[in-house]
Design a protein around this ligand. Structure first.
Ligand code: DGI
Ligand code: FE
Ligand code: FE
Length: 406
């Protein structure tokens, strides 16, 4: 029988005490998995600063990505209206009748259990595991578990762990006061907060200039793991193409590498977020871009490269900006990024009419020929997809290179 532990909460933001509590419950009760299940933002405005569901989701994912038995669950985020724990537990019980459910909470929450919505119903579907937290110390926790279990006719068991005084509220207060939270939450979460100026922090605080290591840390704290690995491969491929085609390999190889690393740096935002960020930063979007938000991440990425990562090299920024559509009369660096994105070794797609390996070979012979092969493939692919709108710039680029290559 599979034993699933559920960690609920706002995770505003997730921190090390959440992770330690989950791990302690996992070990002591031999659980198979722990599901981190953030709750929805309340529809009415509240006093405390709850950041968007997307931000909270991504911070949780970065905190647990490398731990195989910690799993992200968007079950509560996807549900309509107010979500009560008792309903979530009932739903899980119905969906997974063979699993045993454990709901993991802090002792401070257990002390308030009577105020929860239908505590008896919660205990009907799951066992509550409570860890020392807040005013409820390791000395009190056993007694409190027994008391609440008897009162609400269910099983409430203690999780033994050292009392850790980290809370999301502490973190928000420290950030607002400009203090470090590095020992309070995993490093990627700390970086994510800084990069997005969450909890009252000024976004401008983080200026990164040419420090590759820090840049990579920031990218891996914002991009999903697969996308991050893709950007590393594009950077490597772009560097190789620069070796092959650039006149000044000493400088151009590292510029190509940097542009490759950053080309998808805005790719993690949802379409809605991208539209609202472009509005905020005065980036003009065409109607086609508003309808097909997959086209926006180049423009927004170029903005982030400049403002967030301090890249002043205009050609690197324009290579990022045009990497999805291309544009007529591209510079060598712009071509290299466009091509590297398509041919990087992780790409496995079935390309027509030009197979990927042919495009790869041609890329190291003649950039314009390779470009036309990719554009032909892309236009063919987009035409074959019903309802897919081809961007005006993609068409212009295709026509331009079709006219150029004999
Ligand atoms: O960001 P990547 O996935 O690495 O690659 P990309 O920047 O080339 O983006 C690929 C996406 O962009 C893919 O979903 C297809 C889409 N795309 C590219 N050109 C056009 C396009 N979508 C539309 N609607 N029109 C285009 O002209
Ligand atoms: Fe892209
Ligand atoms: Fe890409």
């Amino acid at each position: 029988m599979k034993k699933i532990g559920i960690m609920g909460g706002t995770f505003n933001p997730i921190h090390n005490a959440h992770l330690m509590m989950a791990q302690a419950a996992y070990e002591q009760y031999h659980l198979d998995e722990i599901w981190f299940m953030p709750s929805k933002n309340p529809p009415h405005k509240r006093k405390i600063d709850i950041v968007s569901e997307e931000h909270r989701t991504r911070m949780i994912q970065f905190a647990i990505d490398t731990i195989p038995h910690f799993i992200f669950s968007d079950l509560e985020l996807r549900r309509e209206g107010i979500t009560y724990t008792c309903d979530t537990m009932k739903m899980l019980h119905k969906k997974y009748p063979k699993a045993r459910l454990y709901f993991i909470i802090g002792g401070d929450s257990l002390a308030e259990f009577a105020k929860w919505h239908l505590p008896e119903k919660i205990l009907k579907y799951c066992t509550v595991l409570a860890a020392p937290r807040g005013a409820v110390t390791d000395k009190h926790i056993k007694e409190l578990c027994k008391e609440q279990g008897e009162r609400f006719h269910g099983t409430v068991l203690p999780v033994a762990m050292n009392h850790i005084s980290i809370s999301s509220e502490d973190i928000r207060t420290r950030i607002c006061a400009g203090l470090s939270v590095l020992s309070y939450c995993p490093e990627p979460v700390d970086l994510y907060i800084k990069l997005h100026g969450l909890y009252g922090l000024k976004e401008e605080r983080l200026k990164i200039k040419n420090s590759t290591q820090l840049l990579l840390k920031c990218l891996s704290a914002t991009l999903r793991p697969g996308r991050y690995l893709h950007t590393l491969r594009v950077a490597g491929t772009a560097a190789s193409l620069a070796f092959c085609h650039c006149r000044q390999p000493e400088t151009d190889v590292s510029r190509a590498e940097l542009a490759g690393m950053l080309h998808d740096c805005a790719k993690y935002y949802t379409g809605e977020e991208m539209i609202s960020l472009c509005d905020k930063y005065d980036i003009t979007l065409s109607d086609t871009e508003k309808r097909n938000t997959a086209l926006i991440h180049g423009k927004l990425g170029a903005y982030l490269a400049r403002k967030r990562y301090g890249i002043c090299d205009g050609e690197i920024c324009s290579a990022i900006s045009y990497h999805t559509t291309g544009k007529p009369a591209m510079t060598v660096l712009e071509k290299i990024i466009y091509i590297a994105d398509y041919i990087e070794p992780g790409r496995k797609m079935d390309c027509r009419p030009y197979p990927l390996n042919e495009v790869r070979k041609e890329s190291f012979q003649n950039l314009d020929n390779a470009l036309l092969m990719i554009l032909t493939n892309t236009v063919t692919y987009l035409k074959g997809r019903t309802g897919e709108e081809i961007d005006e710039l993609t068409i212009q680029t295709y026509n331009y290179y079709k006219g150029m290559v004999i």
